[in-house]
Design a protein around this ligand. Structure first.
Ligand code: DX5
Ligand code: ZN
Length: 233
């Protein structure tokens, strides 16, 4: 049985009030805070088309860390994740999830470095990437501790959930019963049940949580769905 981790995506927060938004999410029951780290031009290459978005970096994580003890679940949408390991470790990141598409040649070095900086390594895959590509990273001696299955094209909050991605989640859950499997993109009350039934236990949710009149209720609903699927699965 894997534990439910509900991770509001701070990409949907008011960045000018990041500390208070984070504190509020924790008081609403969030387990983790999901931090999307993107670099505009590099992200364009990663997505194979230009995505005009630029979010946060290590200085913001460092500032936020002074205000919260929460687990900061960092999702690196950059082509050179290795360059960010030391600075994010120093800044106080808790989880460091890099994309498999840009780490085929150096994932072992990456995982070693991430662990040596006291962070938890994870690997993410874009919708077009076959799930088999992450198997070696989960099975290797120097393995990642979480797989993040993107359920939208990376870049922005508020996009539509891609149910086709649940095949990947199912395959991962079948193969690795104890693995943390995170889903990211378009998760909310109307999509959580399929994701939970497929075997996802770490749930990133941006717009559905921040846009809700009662975010605490949405967080609790997401958790209930994961726990229910866990029991029956
Ligand atoms: C998209 C990001 C997500 C995003 C999710 O590239 O990785 O974390 O914030 O937002 P929602 O939940 O609104 O789809
Ligand atoms: Zn993300």
């Amino acid at each position: 049985m894997v534990e439910a981790k509900i991770a509001p995506s701070m990409l949907s927060s008011d960045f000018a009030n990041l500390a208070s938004e984070a504190e509020q999410m924790v008081s609403f029951g969030a387990d983790w805070l999901h931090m999307d780290i993107m670099v505009q031009i590099l992200l364009g290459i990663l997505c194979s088309h230009f995505v005009p978005n630029l979010t946060i970096g290590a200085p913001v994580i460092e500032s936020l860390r002074k205000h919260t003890r929460a687990y900061l679940d960092c999702h690196l949408m950059v082509t050179n994740p290795l360059d960010y390991v030391d600075q994010l470790g120093k800044a106080g990141a808790s989880g460091f999830t890099f994309h498999v598409e840009v780490s085929k040649d150096n994932w072992q070095e990456l995982v070693t470095r991430i662990k040596s900086k006291g962070m938890r390594p994870g690997v993410a895959l874009k919708p077009g990437t076959p799930v088999e590509e992450v198997y070696p990273l989960v099975e290797g001696e120097n393995s990642v501790e979480m797989v993040l299955v993107m359920t939208v094209e990376p870049g922005f909050g508020g996009q539509k959930f891609m149910p086709d991605m649940m095949d990947k989640v199912r395959k991962l859950r079948e193969k690795y019963p104890k693995l943390d499997i995170e889903v990211d993109g378009g998760l909310g009350p109307s999509t959580i049940d399929v994701a939970a039934a497929a075997g996802a236990n770490c749930i990133v949710a941006g717009s559905s949580v921040f846009g809700a009149p009662e975010p605490a209720q949405v967080i609790s609903l997401l958790r209930t769905s994961v726990n229910k699927a866990n029991k029956s699965g």
